[in-house]
Design a protein around this ligand. Structure first.
Ligand SMILES: [Zn+2]
Ligand SMILES: [Zn+2]
Length: 187
């Protein structure tokens, strides 16, 4: 060993050639990695990756929050515009049994509306928690609602303007929110 030589933290017999940018310790060339223009030791690289993951996980942008809020709202709109959900429930609670026509109504309208509402609330939870599945799930769910509502509008089945604005504008805004936060959700 040469006198005055600074040795690697991990290898006392090797000469240190680089200082880690983060911790400032000295390392040999085998113990560091270059990221961008700087050298880091492996301990620090692991720590940086862990911190980045934690930051990403807790990050909530305004557009993502708006998208999630709209999802919850759409979930309730789906239930509200299909009031037979409540009527079916009320009839079922009164009679204590499901009659044929009630059962039919439940299957035709109430069940899809309830599933739709559940999906939208699930989407909001996924978006707020930065879950990767929220991206494809949200795109599919909203594309489906848009196509369905476009079909109903073309056939004159949706009357009121505010209903059209909510059921078409809502999914469009959620798709935009998902696209804008794509990296946050997918990576
Ligand atoms: Zn370091
Ligand atoms: Zn070393």
């Amino acid at each position: 060993m040469k006198t005055g030589m600074v040795s690697c933290v991990n290898h006392p017999d090797r000469e240190a050639v680089v200082k880690c940018r983060r911790c400032g310790r000295n390392f040999c060339s085998a113990c560091v990695e270059k990221v961008g223009n700087y050298w880091y030791c492996f301990d620090c690289l692991k720590e940086i990756a862990r911190e980045a993951k934690a930051v990403k996980h807790g990050r909530l942008t305004i557009t993502l929050a708006v998208g999630a809020l709209l999802s919850v709202l759409l979930g309730f709109v789906l239930l509200w515009t299909n009031q037979s959900v409540f009527m079916t429930l009320a009839m079922w609670m009164q009679s204590g049994s499901v009659q044929n026509e009630v059962a039919e109504g439940l299957l035709r309208v109430a069940l899809p509306a309830a599933i739709g509402a559940f999906c939208y609330i699930l989407l909001a939870v996924g978006m707020l928690a930065n879950k990767a599945w929220a991206f494809p799930f949200g795109l599919l769910l909203n594309a489906f609602l848009l196509i369905w509502k476009a079909y109903e509008i073309m056939h004159g089945e949706i009357g009121s303007t505010h209903e059209i604005i909510l059921l078409v504008g809502g999914p469009t805004a959620i798709i935009l929110s998902l696209m804008m936060n794509r990296r946050l959700l997918v990576e």
